[in-house]
Design a protein around this ligand. Structure first.
Ligand code: EPS
Length: 387
């Protein structure tokens, strides 16, 4: 599986192409659109989402709802383009009137300044438009195709929010289904709805202060067979690939597998997961401190991946910057933005994790056709049971 996305935040549309999805997968478009809607939602979003109603159009690789094994191409319209059609026009040469709304005061923490330096841009809009998290809508659409593929193989996953700003929600050891039931009860994708009011207030307070909030996201993946990824070379370790994909999401500053950083301060006896065996269910671990990975390989325990998201860099009460044209000290550009995007980001993290697991599965087993892949995986699971 490989994928690429294209498109600017206020350009005509987002485009995505994914290759390597087996033939014969029945796609549920409504489910993809539901995930896109969920990514648009969550308390703390700004006004852009009142304009957008993301839904996916499939333009290749699928016939009568079923994948063909060929590259799948998707588009998502940017409704906001109607307000930007001159400024973001892909074809017409630049004139005075279609180059209004230039950005010259880079926001600290955003791609603006370094992107401008690297690509030689005098209008930082040329950086902002692509570095915007708008692009993650397409990663969600592609990721949800992979999530549907994994569901066919009895592998299920979910992403949820564990911390928003300084508000930590006590974590619980729950199944994917139980997590889903709990987070559906509120607009923060958190396990315990008793925290909702307190967190709403802190988001509202941040908004009032012209400030923003980050947070922590956790993804759990269930029923992954042992042995995806490999210890044989650094770049075949699946935990490394997952960490790379998660860090590749806008605003991510940290990734943990299992107990992660906390494991560093504990003695080994409290970190290693003792091995067990049972004739009916095969090999397992008594605990899961290592988050389902040993030697860069899945070990059949649930995968536990956490991501730390920094607060959004666009501040309504802007920080100091320097204008790239005048070199004068100024306040940074203020753009319409969100107070927090931690809820949408939890769906984005879930989606890229789905892509990486699907990638590992389709690289490990013959995956031209879903039926064959199902049989191969079934045989492999049986073989592991007898090991
Ligand atoms: C973003 C700024 C806001 C967000 C946007 C990401 O958009 P705008 O500049 O149009 O107000 O709403 O996120 C999305 C559009 C999205 O779909 O997630 C930014 O600067 O990164």
């Amino acid at each position: 599986i490989n994928y690429v996305t294209a498109g600017e935040s206020h350009g005509p549309q987002l485009t995505g192409i994914i290759t390597g999805i087996p033939a014969g997968l029945k796609l549920d478009i409504k489910e993809i659109n539901d995930a896109l809607a969920a990514r648009q939602g969550g308390f703390g979003r700004g006004d852009r989402q009142k304009i957008e109603h993301d839904s996916v159009e499939i333009t290749g690789g699928v016939r009568h709802d079923v994948t063909l094994g060929s590259p799948i191409s998707l588009t998502i319209q940017n409704r906001d383009y109607s307000h930007w059609s001159q400024i973001m026009d892909p074809i017409s040469p630049a004139t005075q009137s279609n180059t209004l709304r230039q950005i010259t005061r880079p926001r600290p923490g955003h791609a603006d300044l370094v992107g401008g330096m690297k690509y030689g841009q005098s209008d930082l809009r040329n950086v902002l438009e692509r570095s915007s998290a708008r692009e993650t809508a397409m990663r969600v659409a592609l990721g949800q195709i992979c999530k549907q593929l994994l569901a066919q193989l009895d592998i299920n996953l979910i992403g949820y929010v564990q911390q928003i700003g300084a508000n930590k929600i006590p974590d619980q050891d729950l199944s994917v289904q139980e997590i889903n039931n709990a987070i559906e009860q509120n607009d923060l994708r958190i396990l315990d709805s008793n925290f909702v009011e307190q967190i709403h207030n802190s988001i509202l307070q941040a908004k009032k202060d012209g400030d923003t909030l980050g947070g922590i996201i956790k993804v759990v993946v269930e029923n992954v067979p042992a042995g995806l990824g490999s210890y044989i070379s650094w770049d075949t370790k699946l935990d490394g690939q997952l960490a790379g994909a998660v860090m590749g999401i806008n605003a991510m500053k940290g990734v943990e597998i299992g107990d992660g950083f906390a494991a560093a301060g504990k003695p080994g006896s409290q970190v290693m997961d003792e091995i067990d065996w049972n004739p009916d269910t095969g090999w397992s671990r008594i605990t899961n401190h290592l988050g389902g990975f040993e030697g860069g390989m899945t070990n059949s325990m649930p995968l536990v991946i956490k991501a730390a998201m920094k607060p959004i860099p666009t501040l309504y009460k802007p920080l100091q910057t320097v204008d790239i044209k005048t070199k004068e000290k100024q306040k940074a550009q203020v753009e319409r933005s969100d107070t927090t995007a931690i809820v949408p980001a939890s769906i984005v993290v879930e989606s890229v994790v789905a892509i990486e697991i699907a990638k590992a599965i389709t690289a490990t087993f013959e995956a031209s056709n879903l039926d064959r892949l199902e049989k191969e995986l079934h045989n492999y699971r049986e073989e592991l049971l007898r090991y």
